[in-house]
Design a protein around this ligand. Structure first.
Ligand SMILES: [Zn+2]
Length: 378
């Protein structure tokens, strides 16, 4: 069996930019089967007839089933000439492994697999849920794997997602939930006309400004246990007006809300509509897409993960719900889920790289966590 560094190096050498697989899942199967994993390749075809490859692998049949979830797809590299080392070569230099996906998140996948290889479990199962569609639309990856698991009566008792959650030091943050996200468009219609004859036109822009001011100044809430206050951020105001002497017909604005469990998507939408109604200006609010917030309440396994991090790094991790969305938003529907992985400062950047020290330490953290989890359930 390869060590974490060697395994990660191999994974980096597959240029698996979403939605391309480039053979990485077959490679994982070739590693996992000799380790005793039963592998299920789960290809799903997206709307562009592109096949997205996914994998669910399980070692053992007994309960509890401890699952590790992650993605092997990576974001594009940008101009490769900007990189100090080619992004898909997996060069080792100055105590770092360089390449696209080292921290987000092939490094933690390699760490988890090698942690599993060196641990014997007699009283449960270990499974891996690996997707090739996390950085893209996210519609034919984890979401579909979850549907497959449910259809096949496959249960998961606890799941850890290996997203890079650490901030200043490895292990300083465990994510125990995520805020919800709501995207919306607001449109105000007027009457087009000449700027010299405004009485013959109806300018929608001042109306839009009043509506946006109302939205921007409303305090959504003061926070929720473990969560920041909900926030509304205006992201765009579009008129598309090419002329300086024309009052435009229509103005559209877009905004995003990141919200805590004070709201559901529906109750937040209701709140936004009520706020707009107080201004008494005709407008159309369209919700473009959303995901619900979630929180994994106090769980023994989270305490085991905290203990493992403390033993290996000396750090007591903060339990946080900050940041963007992740595939944990799908997983929490079937199992308690937390996220813990490498440092995220170089994710998606040129010269993404992981320190070899952190790769080794993360392997030890996962290894110790697996021991603590199964000892407690035996
Ligand atoms: Zn990621």
């Amino acid at each position: 069996m390869m060590n974490t560094l060697q395994l990660c190096q191999h994974l980096i050498q597959f240029p698996s930019v979403t939605p391309q697989d480039k053979g990485i899942m077959d490679f994982l199967v070739s590693i996992l089967e000799p380790m005793g994993f039963k592998c299920h390749l789960l290809p799903f075809t997206d709307d562009n007839n592109q096949v997205i490859q996914n994998l669910y692998a399980r070692k053992g049949t007994a309960s509890p089933n401890l699952c590790f979830a992650g993605h092997v797809d990576v974001v594009p590299t940008g101009p490769e000439t900007s990189w100090t080392h080619p992004p898909f070569q997996g060069n080792i230099h100055s105590q770092y492994l360089w390449g696209r996906g080292t921290v987000d998140m092939k490094g933690s996948i390699a760490a988890f697999i090698s942690a599993t290889a060196s641990t014997t479990i007699t009283n449960g199962s270990i499974s891996l849920m690996i997707t090739g569609d996390e950085e893209g639309p996210g519609t034919h990856g984890t979401k579909k794997i979850i549907e497959w698991l449910e259809k096949n009566n496959e249960t998961i008792d606890f799941c850890i997602v290996g997203e890079p959650t650490s901030e200043a030091k490895l292990g300083d943050i465990i994510k125990i939930g995520r805020r919800g996200s709501l995207n919306a468009a607001l449109t105000v219609n007027g009457t087009q006309g000449h700027v010299a004859y405004p009485h013959k036109a109806d300018n929608p822009i001042p109306k839009m400004l009043k509506l946006l001011t109302a939205l921007d100044t409303t305090i959504l809430d003061k926070g929720y246990p473990n969560f920041q206050p909900s926030n509304l951020e205006i992201t765009s105001i579009d008129v598309g007006n090419q002329a300086s002497n024309v009052i435009p017909q229509t103005v559209t604005a877009r905004f995003n809300c990141r919200f805590n469990p004070t709201y559901t998507t529906q109750s937040l939408e209701d709140h936004l509509r009520t706020t707009l109604d107080t201004i008494n200006i005709d407008c159309t609010l369209t919700i473009i897409g959303s995901s619900e917030p979630f929180l994994t309440k106090t769980h023994a396994a989270t305490n085991h993960l905290t203990q493992a991090i403390r033993e290996i790094t000396g750090i007591i991790p903060e339990l946080s719900t900050s940041g963007g969305t992740s595939d944990a938003r799908y997983i929490h529907k079937i199992a308690p889920v937390v996220e813990c992985g490498l440092k995220n400062d170089l994710a998606h950047k040129v010269d993404e790289r992981v320190s070899i020290h952190d790769l080794t330490a993360l392997t030890k953290i996962y290894q110790r966590f697996i021991q603590l989890y199964f000892n407690a359930t035996s």
